[in-house]
Design a binder for this molecule. Structure first.
Ligand SMILES: [Zn+2]
Length: 515
């Protein structure tokens, strides 16, 4: 007995005393601040609060979701909101980000720059007190901190989206919007890329239950639902599928990626009600499939970075002038035609159905032939010429509609940029949790930006989020900016082409620092 106790006792006692001391200290600290844990140990809490505007018909709820992660030394907060943007457009104000951060700094002592807020970019209707409710979500998450294991993985989904930029045979690009008609099929030569990768961070409680899932994917969640009610769209449905199929209380946070030029699949369908739920279910199931393979360990560490980057503002004065000239040329090229919509429609049906004898029964054409007359033939030729001119005018009108919408966007940004100086300060946020690394940018990054950064990163699980910590409209590639005025992404944009290299360089620098 002795030989077992005597050598062990002094060590045991010291350990016990140290342990008791630590426990006392930890419980004392956790009473005063729930954010301080034993150094190195990763703890996390997650919560969600409904942010739906209940004054409009709601199809499915919108949420502000918060994940608070701390290693005792520092704390990072990932917030996702089912909203169109963090400021500028939609009902989230420009003061929202600063207000949420300063309230959290006051109440929880978390530095403002450690908090990232990503908008899913869904077009649902958000409540007026979204700011208070976001704060509520973060505070609720911080109250629930528990020790966690973390893991990272990737899933694959390529059925729910398509690139919305069309490469035209004339070297220009057009985009797929509801704001205007598409160019004729014959003019389309190709389509841009998609990013089918789902980047996933999994957080598990020590008993193996899932605490939260953070998943990053690139797509505009703007499909809508048949009821036309307010909806969190594809990403909202995907999150619901994930939450319903993991441990009770799991919070799934969708972090919008580089979805600037990515539309939901068949976004322009006019034969079926567009339904985000079917697409969201697919995305949710593909994410779940990948989640099941992720092994969580206690080896995870936490790093948070936040830098301000000056990117150049665009000056599109000459392009605006040339676009105005193009509009004038289109007006001048409209051809006179005897037809209007009422006479054109029945004619085009007849001439497409009955190519040889569109105007009357064939026997009348045969009779004219016998009598060496050509009245019907001449009438058909006249109608055909008028129809062709009418159709050409429609195509020109469609082009003018596209130009007009993009010219309006260009002019808006030109006026603001001229008044604002040469550069724009943007916040670039970086976070590392275990092997999960993510870099963010406050604009609608197009998919190539994400693909580039991921490809260049020396780390396998690197992900990129746009729509984070502010909103500075679209951020297309320098190549896409050669097409200024041709599509929404290159027109609804404040940035000069050089922005891309500046950001991509900074992103790699930050990724290296998040080693
Ligand atoms: Zn958008």
């Amino acid at each position: 007995m002795n030989h077992m106790i005597s050598p062990a006792r002094p060590r045991y006692s010291h350990t016990a005393i140290r342990l008791a001391g630590t426990l006392l200290l930890v419980s004392f600290i956790s009473l005063t601040s729930p954010l301080i844990a034993a150094a190195g140990e990763l703890r996390a809490g997650a919560a969600k609060v409904d942010i739906s505007n209940r004054n409009v018909p709601v199809n499915d709820p919108l949420f502000a979701k918060a994940l608070v992660i701390t290693d005792g030394a520092q704390t990072g907060v990932i917030v996702t909101v089912d909203a169109v943007a963090i400021g500028e457009i939609g009902s989230i104000t420009n003061e929202y980000l600063g207000n949420v951060r300063s309230q959290i700094e006051t109440d929880l002592k978390i530095p403002p720059k450690n908090i990232m807020i990503n908008a899913s970019h869904c077009h649902g209707s958000v409540c007026n007190d979204v700011e208070q409710r976001t704060i509520q979500a973060i505070k609720a998450a911080a109250k629930k901190l528990v020790p966690v294991n973390v893991g990272v993985g990737t899933g694959h989904e390529d059925r729910v989206m398509e690139n919305r930029r069309l490469f035209l045979k004339n070297g220009k690009e057009a985009d797929v919007r509801h704001a205007y008609a598409l160019p004729p099929d014959e003019e389309v030569a190709g389509i841009g890329p998609i990013d089918p990768e789902i980047g996933i961070l999994k957080l598990e409680k020590k008993n193996g239950e899932t605490l939260a899932i953070v998943y990053n994917f690139a797509v505009h969640p703007i499909q809508g639902v048949p009821s036309k009610g307010s909806t969190a769209d594809m990403s909202g449905f995907a999150s619901q599928v994930i939450e319903d199929n993991l441990s009770d209380g799991t919070i799934a946070l969708f972090v919008q990626g580089c979805g600037g030029d990515i539309n939901p699949a068949q976004y322009k369908d006019v034969d079926n009600p567009r339904d985000a739920e079917t697409l969201g279910n697919l995305l949710g199931l593909s994410t779940l499939k990948a989640i099941k393979k992720i092994k969580c360990t206690d080896a995870g560490d936490l790093k948070v970075m936040n830098e301000t980057l000056a990117v150049p503002r665009s000056n599109n004065e000459t392009r605006i002038e040339s676009l105005k000239k193009e509009q004038e040329n289109l007006v001048n090229s409209l051809q006179g035609t005897s037809l209007n919509l009422k006479t054109f429609l029945p004619l085009i049906v007849k001439y497409k159905l009955y190519d040889k004898h569109p105007s009357y029964y064939s026997h009348r054409y045969l009779l004219e032939q016998k009598l060496s007359r050509d009245g019907l033939e001449k009438l058909d030729a006249e109608n055909r010429a008028n129809m062709e001119r009418y159709i050409n005018n429609v195509y020109k009108m469609e082009q003018m509609t596209r130009n007009k919408a993009n010219l309006r966007l260009l002019t808006k940004h030109q006026t603001r940029n001229q008044a604002a100086g040469k550069t724009l300060d943007v916040e670039v946020f970086g976070i590392k949790v275990g092997d999960f690394r993510m870099i963010t940018f406050p604009a609608e990054l197009t998919v190539n930006i994400g693909l580039n950064i991921k490809k260049k990163s020396p780390f396998e699980n690197t992900f990129v989020a746009g729509y984070t910590n502010g909103y500075n409209y679209y951020a297309p590639t320098a190549d896409q900016l050669k097409n200024v005025g041709g599509a929404q992404e290159d027109s609804d944009c404040m940035l000069a082409p050089e922005w891309q290299a500046i950001f991509e360089t900074k992103a790699q620098e930050m990724i290296q620092a998040l080693k």
